[in-house]
Design a protein around this ligand. Structure first.
Ligand code: GLA
Length: 384
């Protein structure tokens, strides 16, 4: 949890007044369903107990004052000057104000001080956490009546149209809609969302989240290139999105381009894995998720080609050290892996990965054991 006292003090320093409140939104891990969201497919994330927290209050003028506690930086913009691409680090906050105003919501001058303990660029949705915390704050501050799924969609508009990262809805939906001790099954076409209990501890399991510390970004080209390949392949196949491919062999037979064939194979099989994982989780059979995690990783490595050597070594080592299943999580090209382990084994497995990294000459990874946590909301000042 970020330091709430420091956050509130920084707000006082910026405005000379108390904040109107504190709001938070969490980072997430995706249990399964990678690069399926923008193909109108299925995802199954859960929220982390790592969050962005915002102290915010309304202003009498038309200024948007944004402060980052970690960066010790303050950016002030006039509401009239908000425009995609502006704001630097503050674009995640400015983008939300812009998206709300574009959608016709009355948002006036606001001071926002933020702090986050979601690791940056690790594939744990640090940016969605900031965006979704800002949406939570602004909807309360300006008494906006916006259903949760629409809040997630507005946060995504900030990410896509303002920050300029062509991502799907996975991160913002997870950060906004997740509930404690549950995964969120989301159909990214119909936006049907269902909570599914993930009683890891009760069933004697743990989820290890290990950050390889290989940074990644969604604003660079690889993410967009994967997305473009999927759209091209869908066009060749004559379907609105790869979600609509029902016969994989038939589809592969129609695609001449080997890259298209690989991308389609990943998306179609990954969607099937999410549906299977959802059924297994609903049936309370968490152990059976393990082979799906392994298969998802192989598919991301060989067909979607979004893993990197540190990530592959982390997954292989976790598996050989006793993890039941493991996969990269998030957009790829670095970031985190998750591993399903028996209770009490996550830390030892993390240490074995750290030893393998040291032996390979890689930097030290960081890890923690994750418990599914609640999505965005208001914090009471004690942080409860
Ligand atoms: C990033 C994006 C998501 C999703 C994942 C891959 O996290 O923000 O929309 O595409 O990558 O599953």
């Amino acid at each position: 949890m970020p330091d709430l006292t420091a956050l509130t003090e920084r707000y006082r320093r910026a405005t000379g007044t108390e904040p109107d409140g504190l709001w938070f939104a969490p980072g997430r891990v995706n249990l399964i369903g990678e690069h399926t969201d923008y193909n109108d497919g299925f995802v199954l994330p859960f929220a982390l107990d790592r969050k962005a927290v915002i102290a915010a209050g309304r202003r009498d003028d038309s200024a948007l004052v944004m402060v980052s506690l970690e960066l010790d930086d303050e950016v002030t913009m006039d509401l009239a000057d908000l425009a995609p691409g502006s704001g630097g680090w503050a674009a995640y906050l400015a983008g939300v104000v812009w998206a709300l105003r574009q959608a016709g919501h009355q948002v006036g001058g606001t001071t926002i001080v933020m702090s986050s303990d979601v690791p940056l660029g690790a594939g744990l949705s640090s940016s969605a956490a900031i965006e979704c915390a800002a949406v939570a704050a602004l909807t309360d501050l300006y008494s906006l009546d916006i259903p949760k799924m629409d809040r997630a969609k507005l946060a995504r508009v900030a990410e896509n149209a303002y920050v300029g990262a062509p991502t799907g809805l996975l991160d913002q939906a997870a950060s906004t809609l997740c509930e404690a001790d549950a995964g969120l099954f989301l159909d990214c076409r119909t936006l049907e969302a269902q909570q599914v209990p993930l009683p890891m501890a009760e069933q004697g399991f743990e989820i290890l989240v290990l950050d390889t510390k290989t940074p990644h970004s969604h604003v660079d080209g690889e993410y967009g290139a994967r997305r473009a390949s999927c759209e091209e392949a869908a066009a060749v196949l004559g379907v609105p999105a790869l979600r609509d491919v029902t016969d994989l062999d038939d589809a592969l037979g129609q695609l001449a381009d080997e890259t298209h064939r690989k991308r389609v194979r990943h998306v179609v099989t990954e969607n099937q894995r999410v549906l299977e994982a959802f059924e297994l989780a609903k049936a309370g059979n968490l152990a059976a998720l393990a082979p799906l995690l392994d298969a998802s990783h192989v598919s991301m490595r060989d067909d979607y080609e979004i893993t990197v050597p540190t990530v592959d070594l982390a997954v292989e080592t976790a598996r050989s050290a006793g993890a039941l299943g493991a996969r990269m999580t998030g957009g790829g090209f670095g970031g985190c892996i998750i591993a399903l382990t028996r209770a009490g084994e996550a830390d030892r497995i993390g240490q074995e990965v750290a030893a393998a990294f040291a032996a390979a000459g890689y930097g030290a990874p960081e890890w923690f054991s994750a418990t599914p946590a609640p999505g965005a909301g208001r914090l009471d000042p004690t942080g409860a």
